[in-house]
Design a protein around this ligand. Structure first.
Ligand code: NAD
Length: 353
């Protein structure tokens, strides 16, 4: 019997190639006078273009965003915003830069306008993360949800094919887990299925023809939907594993997601048959787990944890961490079965059909 609760998140989305032209109006709409532009050192020139477009409404550029949002960086950026009299932030980049914007908003309540340039989906979520020493803390807070998002696929043209593929698989992973989330609901499940369909169709085009704007735009459409799924419902074992592997073993975020998702789907196959049928249908495959594996292989992403810096003798420790305080998962999370999953991901073994 259908029973659910659903709450829509208040965010505004402007979508389409060339939509960065609307940035000045969007900043005015936020009633902001001076916006601090955030970016990574590598994306400085993109941020300079953004600041140029803002003209007098640009407070300056802070170009030190890095992965995992170290608390020192968040403090420094917040101080810079204060010194420059900024009353908003424009975060242009991937999850790391948008994460920095969220860390600023968490303490200062400055509104964020996000201009995503990867497919990670952070712009659609109220989830923040901060790293202090070795420990990464995360949480949900409505204040960090970007007030407006500009999805301009032209800004994704420079994302290399390999990063595009793993970032796109990261987005697919949000949608897969949304379909079997503890608080899954019909509207988010529709979005999740459509996200997987759009990404499975567009990512092979993006990898083969990185300059194809139509392919890029469809991938961005899928990543918007997948990000909205991540923002709306809880995640399960796959995200717990990726959080553990990324945070405690310093493995690259998107690549971990793209390797683990097929194995997580195989793990949950019998416990979430309806969700798996929807994933398979969206992929145009007969089975979710093998369909995800085959898509990743077709995209040319790394297929083995062994290839991205995981040590074989660290797998036991990873299974320990992943089974401590586990997230909700449709199938019970037990050490032996998680350890087997990790071994399969380490070896890059194709799931049994
Ligand atoms: P990223 O933001 O770390 O970017 C990776 C690299 O790619 C950076 O050097 C960046 O400058 C570069 N880059 C980004 N876009 C580019 C483009 N269009 N062209 C050329 N280079 C480009 O990578 P990510 O995968 O987007 O984000 C990962 C981080 O985001 C992780 O820390 C993860 O935990 C976090 N995240 C958070 C959420 C959330 O909801 N809070 C969701 C997804 C990811």
């Amino acid at each position: 019997m259908l029973a659910f609760s659903y709450e829509a998140l208040p965010s505004r989305v402007v979508f389409g190639p060339g939509s960065l032209d609307q940035l000045p109006e969007e900043v005015v709409r936020l009633r902001a006078e001076k916006a601090l532009v955030l970016c990574t050192p590598e994306q400085r020139s993109t941020a300079e273009d953004v600041a140029r477009r803002l003209g007098e409404r640009a407070a300056g550029i802070y170009d030190r965003a890095v992965m995992h949002v170290p608390i020192e960086t968040a403090r420094e950026a917040r101080q810079r915003a204060r010194d420059l009299g900024a009353d908003a932030c424009v975060a242009v980049g991937g999850g790391s830069t948008i994460g920095l914007g969220k860390a600023i908003a968490l303490r200062s309540e400055l509104p964020i306008l996000a201009v995503p340039t990867t497919y990670a989906g952070s712009e659609m979520t109220p989830i923040w993360g901060l790293t202090e020493g070795e420990a990464k803390r995360t949480g949900r807070d409505a204040r960090v949800l970007p007030r407006a998002v500009i999805y301009d696929a032209e800004l994704t043209l420079s994302l290399p094919p390999a990063s595009s593929a793993s970032s796109g698989m990261n987005a697919i992973a949000h949608a897969v887990e949304a379909l079997y989330a503890e608080d899954a609901n019909p509207i988010i499940s529709l979005m999740a299925e459509e996200a997987i369909r759009a990404l499975a169709r567009s990512l092979p085009v993006v990898v083969q023809l990185p300059a194809d704007l139509a392919g890029r735009s469809e991938a961005q459409y899928g990543c918007w939907l997948a990000g909205a799924c991540l923002g709306a419902v809880g995640m399960a074992l796959h995200h717990k594993l990726c959080h553990t592997l990324g945070g405690s073993f310093d493995l690259p975020h998107a690549e971990v997601h793209s390797i683990v998702i097929a194995h997580a789907a195989a793990f949950n196959r019998d416990a979430a048959p309806e969700a798996m049928a929807r994933v398979a249908r969206a992929l145009g495959a007969s089975d979710a787990a093998t369909g995800l594996y085959d898509l990743a292989r077709r995209l040319g992403v790394k297929m083995r944890l062994a290839d991205i810096g995981m040590a074989a003798d660290a797998l036991d420790g990873a299974a320990d961490l992943a089974t401590q305080n586990p997230y909700y998962n449709p199938r019970p999370v037990e050490w032996e079965s998680v350890r087997r999953l990790l071994q399969d991901a380490y070896d890059g073994r194709r799931p049994e059909p």
